[in-house]
Design a protein around this ligand. Sequence first.
Ligand code: FE2
Length: 263
Amino acid sequence: MLKINDEYVNKVKHWFSGYVEIFKNGDDDLLQNTILKEKHTKEVCKNILIIGQQLNLNNNELNFANIIALFHDVGRFEQYAHYRTFADNKSENHAELGVKILKEKKVLSQLDESTQSLILRAISYHNRFAVPEEETEKCIFFSKLLRDADKLDIWRVVTDYYLNNNGKKNKTIELSLPDTNNFSEEVYQDIINYRLVDIKHLKNLNDFKLLQMGWVFDVNFKPTFKLLQERNYLEMIYQVLPKSEKTEKVYSIIQSFLEGKIN
Ligand SMILES: [Fe+2]
């Protein structure tokens, strides 16, 4: 069984804060993006604990969940410092980079091999299209928990940006996609068929917004669906989409799917 005490969690949190500090000594652009990911990490930790508590995890399991959330994006800081982008396809896979950093810096060396391996696998799966089915039950569970906690916070980041950016563009968040009218038929087809939107189908910013709404099909746990509903993220994205019969249909499909998962 997993044995991770509160003291160990505090210790690695301390390491993480010190590690992030290094990236705050550069230019303003690096500082802003470092702060963005530091805040994201904090929120993913909060989310994973809320979901985990609602799933009745014990203290060891909650500590384990806290640690995978804390380190899931540890590769982001180095990625931005080196490549000046968060786009993995224009730089490198940030989950794998994070695993490499944790290994090189021996951050988890006090833990037994199997716990270390479980943490690194959960991190490496957080940004994949899906968690590998051949993994152990425990690994699949925690990987899914992390993916839920992560998605909830990405919804916070993007909706805050869409509604409060006051016309100021952030290419990092928009993946440099053009903000043109309408959306792609393939993206629409993915959603109305209850499929995750294929990233290859993205042509503009509206497609990306639809993809983010479609993440609801990849949520795993009931407490996450509830939090998603309470926080109104899907409605906020719908608000910033062009109004048409098709977007109305997308929104109604997504809303009924969410309600079905909650009731
Ligand atoms: Fe990530």
